[in-house]
Design a protein around this ligand. Sequence first.
Ligand SMILES: Cc1cc2nc3c(=O)[nH]c(=O)nc-3n(C[C@H](O)[C@H](O)[C@H](O)COP(=O)(O)O)c2cc1C
Length: 205
Amino acid sequence: MHVVIEPKILYFGSAVVLISTLNEDGTPNLAPMSSAWWLNQSCMLGMSSKSQTVQNLQRERECVLNLPSTDFVHAIDQLTLLTGRDPVPESKAKRGYQHEADKFGIAGLTPMPSHHVRAPRVLECPVQLEATLMNVHAVEDPSSLVALEVRIQKVHIEEHLQMDGHPNYVDPSKWKPMIMNFCEYFGLDHQLSSSRLAPVFGPTT
Ligand SMILES: Cc1cc2nc3c(=O)[nH]c(=O)nc-3n(C[C@H](O)[C@H](O)[C@H](O)COP(=O)(O)O)c2cc1C
């Protein structure tokens, strides 16, 4: 039997992304988010335009999408309820957000230079995707939410994630994404079965 409910959020589970952008003064900002979905070589990011990240993206039109593995829950926790905005917008201050200028430092993460964009990559993240902003779409107008369409320009992965004998493929059995399931962190537990789609898109062995 199904029941009708009215949940406050609809976060049915998606990968956590750590977005790095450049502030106006050239220092880096870092923010966790998880309303992200992938389409071919693009990604759509759902974010509040009150965040420092969106302001940076709209000005610089560049970012890096760093994907943490399940080993980095602690770093994500350190970044929770922090913003690069100064002063903190009133709506965020009411929810307990505080300003933090050194997000890399507070999370114990290391910036490293990117190839294509000025924003730094996060050394500790096994996947780093350099991206440029293509479009900004209003969502639930008149709210502050926007969907940012970014195009992935360069893909960096840790060597151990490469599929044996197929250097341009990520081995899904080795990649351990951090999943935000509603507002809690999960890992992918185990593979359910092999998929008939996998051979269409490339080698699975
Ligand atoms: C795991 C996690 C997922 C989040 N997902 C989103 C999201 O999808 N969209 C969003 O706008 N904020 C999201 N947030 C909140 C942002 O991190 C928060 O707004 C932060 O202040 C943004 O930092 P910034 O203002 O320095 O850009 C998430 C936070 C956490 C910890």
